[in-house]
Design a protein around this ligand. Structure first.
Ligand SMILES: COc1ccc(S(=O)(=O)[C@H](CC(=O)O)C(F)F)cc1
Ligand SMILES: [Zn+2]
Ligand SMILES: [Zn+2]
Length: 158
């Protein structure tokens, strides 16, 4: 079937739709860009921002029912979700705007959550390693030293 579990191209486009009011738009833009660069550095992928709605990865902040089969649940609980590679909703990453999104250690750190979600957008599943970026639960102490990150993300290049 035509279900891809990997993107069959190296240039992936992304767009940002509705923003959160927790952070300035420019801050959201740079945190999203940084979260994507984590994966660019650990793979042969390049991420290009597109202003059209037809991007591979569409980033959105939303609450409760927001047009897919996975309504959000208010504060806490599910923080975000992302769909594996594919057409349409494939690759898209949605963030629950009933959470408090921050660039620091208060609330939920958008960079950390987005980096995790983009792992799903690239077809990665969860890791059982509690130190991994792809561990299923949020910990504000996830450290992202570059070398550790690259060693952890090695499988992506296989
Ligand atoms: C470190 O990044 C995340 C950890 C946990 C989550 S989550 O608690 O929203 C998770 C969704 C997910 O694993 O992406 C849960 F199943 F809802 C999102 C990002
Ligand atoms: Zn959604
Ligand atoms: Zn996850």
């Amino acid at each position: 079937n035509n279900r891809v579990n990997r993107w069959n191209k190296n240039v992936i486009t992304y767009s940002i739709g509705r923003y959160t009011s927790d952070l300035p738009h420019s801050t959201v833009d740079s945190l999203i860009e940084s979260a994507l660069s984590v994966w660019a550095r650990a793979s042969t992928l390049t991420f290009v921002r597109s202003r059209t709605q037809r991007a591979d990865i569409m980033v959105e902040f939303a609450t409760f029912e927001h047009g897919d089969a996975y309504p959000f649940d208010g504060a806490k609980g599910t923080l975000a979700h992302a769909f594996g590679p594919g057409e349409g909703i494939g690759g898209d990453a949605h963030f629950d705007d009933d959470e408090t999104w921050t660039a620091g250690s208060k609330g939920f750190n958008l960079y950390l959550v987005a980096a995790h979600e983009f792992g799903h957008s690239l077809g990665l599943r969860h890791s059982q390693n509690p130190e991994s970026l792809m561990y299923p639960t949020y910990k504000s102490t996830i450290l992202l030293p570059q070398t550790w990150l690259e060693s952890t993300l090695q499988p992506l290049n296989k």
